[in-house]
Design a binder for this molecule. Structure first.
Ligand code: UD1
Ligand code: MG
Length: 464
């Protein structure tokens, strides 16, 4: 038996009014298609994503998620061609489903992100056909569900094909199913499009199957089945997801000083006693250790942060690692590949990129550390610049441990400072400095007693 997921994502998403495919629009920083794929449990052995509009962009995104090791199972794509309805979409995947020797298929919509993995796992484990439904006070344009007396599925009627009485039914189709492929395949082959929308409805195939073997109608929390069809829907999903995620972390012992303004992505892992101040955004793959405090307005993506770290307000960090007890900001900027070992201090207006700061190193003010390695306990004075780029290539600055670099120094890379070196303030270092040496480059001071006053008098005389 092999469970295969089919994710429908070929639609245009016209109401998003976007040149980005609908399924790549984010909720809490993750594209909705990624949310859907991350619900797939280990019992689903592979997934087929049905694409057409924006296919190239979606495939690029899929390749990048695969490269980052995010995808829970092998994923293939098929091109539906001009989308002619949900039934036509699953038919487009038929060849692939046969190749994968699918027995049970789970059908998901690429634009329904809040379905939980528990629900999908339950669908995948079902040995009878299941359709997810919900009861809505305002059932709007959804397909209506009609059941037999024993609760199994009798019929599905699309809103546009429904009469007044049918439109009053509040139980609607969530568009998510688990079905045996052996039953669905022939039902799809005999689909017709003589309906109000001229489409090949998957729902008609499901009803045909229900005529042969009972299909269970399972009620589901409506937020799980909420689809994203417009920017308005996206905002509602975002608000819903935010409160779900934030509540979960509060239960796990995380403090949110202002949960309404704090965005934590679905892939974050927060330890207990983490404190998040207002307007914090944590996106992508994020790990935050116990007792770490993230100050107001920090924006952090794809970082691992150890215990007891203090981010003062308004720091930006991405693709970086931060060790225990480090202190950052306010206004620090860690770019990709920054590694701050334990107890490192990186202060205001310090930018790092591909920089390793070993344990206890400090760069507290106004500096750029790019392609640099800074040894343990080394102190980098204010206004330090690693001149890492000559207009063509990047070069590395290597600084040993226990080095003292005075204020306003430039390192013209490639350059190495040995352990224990001292660099005088205002120096431009163009050659390697050996361990324990003192280096400074300085124009001689010119000092003219009284010259300032003489100059002022001369200028005043000119003004008359
Ligand atoms: C569908 C169901 C409806 C249900 C609703 C739940 C049918 C006929 N109707 O309606 O009963 O209440 O979902 O949300 O199935 N797609 C394709 N190719 C196509 C058409 C659609 O890949 O040719 C994709 C879309 O991109 C989308 C999903 O399938 O991700 C659902 O399609 P959509 O057009 O939104 O279906 P609804 O009309 O909402
Ligand atoms: Mg829809």
């Amino acid at each position: 038996m092999s469970n295969v997921a089919v994710v429908l994502a070929a639609g245009l998403g016209k109401r998003m009014k976007s040149s980005v495919p609908k399924v790549l629009h984010p909720v809490l920083g993750d594209p909705v298609l990624l949310w859907v794929l991350l619900t797939l449990p280990p019992t689903v052995s592979s997934a087929v994503v049905v694409l057409h509009h924006g296919k190239d962009q979606v495939e690029l995104a899929l390749a990048s998620w695969a490269k980052q090791g995010l995808l829970p199972c092998p994923i293939t794509t098929v091109d539906q061609g001009e989308p002619l309805g949900t039934g036509h979409a699953v038919q487009a995947a038929a060849h692939e489903l046969d190749r994968l020797e699918a027995t049970n298929i789970v059908i998901l919509s690429g634009d329904v992100p809040l379905l939980t993995s528990t629900t999908v796992a339950r669908l995948a484990a079902s040995n009878v056909g299941v359709l997810l439904a919900m009861d809505l006070d305002e059932p709007a344009g959804y397909g209506r569900v009609i059941q037999h007396a024993d609760g199994t599925l009798k019929s599905l009627i699309e809103f546009k094909d429904a009469d007044e009485a049918t439109r009053k039914i509040r139980r609607v189709n969530g568009g998510v199913y688990a079905l045996p492929w052996s039953g669905l395949k022939p039902a799809l082959a005999s689909l017709r499009n003589d309906n109000a929308q001229g489409e090949f409805y998957l729902t008609d195939a499901v009803v045909t199957m229900a005529g042969r073997t009972p299909i269970r109608v399972e009620l589901c929390d409506p937020t799980e089945l909420m689809g994203m069809n417009s920017r308005g829907d996206q905002a509602v999903l975002q608000a819903c997801a935010r409160s779900q995620v934030n509540e979960r972390w509060m239960e796990a012992g995380v403090t949110f000083l202002d949960p309404e303004s704090t965005v934590v992505g679905p892939r974050a892992e927060l330890a207990k006693d983490v404190i998040l101040e207002p307007n914090v955004r944590l996106e992508g793959r994020i790990k935050v250790g116990e007792g770490t405090r993230i100050g107001q307005g920090c924006v952090i993506a794809d970082c691992t942060i150890d215990e007891g770290v203090e981010f003062k307000p308004y720091c930006v960090a991405r693709e970086s690692r931060i060790g225990k007890g480090a202190k950052l900001g306010p206004f620090a900027h860690l770019r990709e590949g920054s590694v701050l070992e334990n107890n490192v201090h990186v202060g205001n207006f310090v930018e790092t990129k591909k920089a390793i700061l070993h344990e206890g190193a400090k760069a507290n003010h106004l500096s750029y550390l790019g392609d640099a390695e800074i040894g343990a306990r080394t102190n980098i004075g204010a206004g330090f610049i690693s001149c890492n780029y000559d207009g063509f290539h990047k070069f590395k600055t290597t600084i040993g441990q226990d080095v003292f670099v005075g204020s306003d120094c430039q390192m013209v890379a490639p350059v190495t400072l040995g352990d224990g070196a001292i660099i005088g303030a205002g120096s431009t270092i163009t050659e390697d400095v050996p361990a324990n040496a003192l280096a400074l480059t300085r124009a001689p001071l010119i000092l003219k007693e009284g010259a300032a006053e003489r100059l002022r008098q001369k200028q005043r005389a000119k003004q008359g």
